[in-house]
Design a protein around this ligand. Sequence first.
Ligand code: 9YT
Length: 142
Amino acid sequence: MIVRDLAEANKNERRVDSEGWTSVRLLLREDNMGFSFHITTIHKDAELEMEYKNHLESVYCMTGEGSIEDLATGEVHQIRPGIMYALDKHDRHILRADKGSEMVMACVFNPPVVGNEVHGPDGAYPAAEPETADTAGAVPPI
Ligand SMILES: CC(=O)NCC[C@H](N)C(=O)O
């Protein structure tokens, strides 16, 4: 069993800060769960264009308000506590936090994020290097 404290993880290398967001990665590939699990804060007024070409991501909003724009269709969905979105088509999108509103989200990535990935100029995290004997997990990807 793995038990971790968000407050502790927030003080160590599990915390990753980037432009407009902070991600605390409670589960990583090395945990062999087949996914990674992050608590991510989208900073006030942030506007983030992303396209996770190498990952599937689902996101659940716990606090704060904003919107997500699907760049393939132009559709805009409001985000508030209780809303989940899943980027099942590696959808290119813009996530916006409302003016003055910080959003706290629970995020799951498949395949799992390895460590301190941040977005490249293409809005994606790089594909992870293949696992070694040391990092290979017993649980196959979902
Ligand atoms: C919701 C979202 O995609 N935010 C960007 C950061 C990312 N989710 C992460 O936690 O690594």
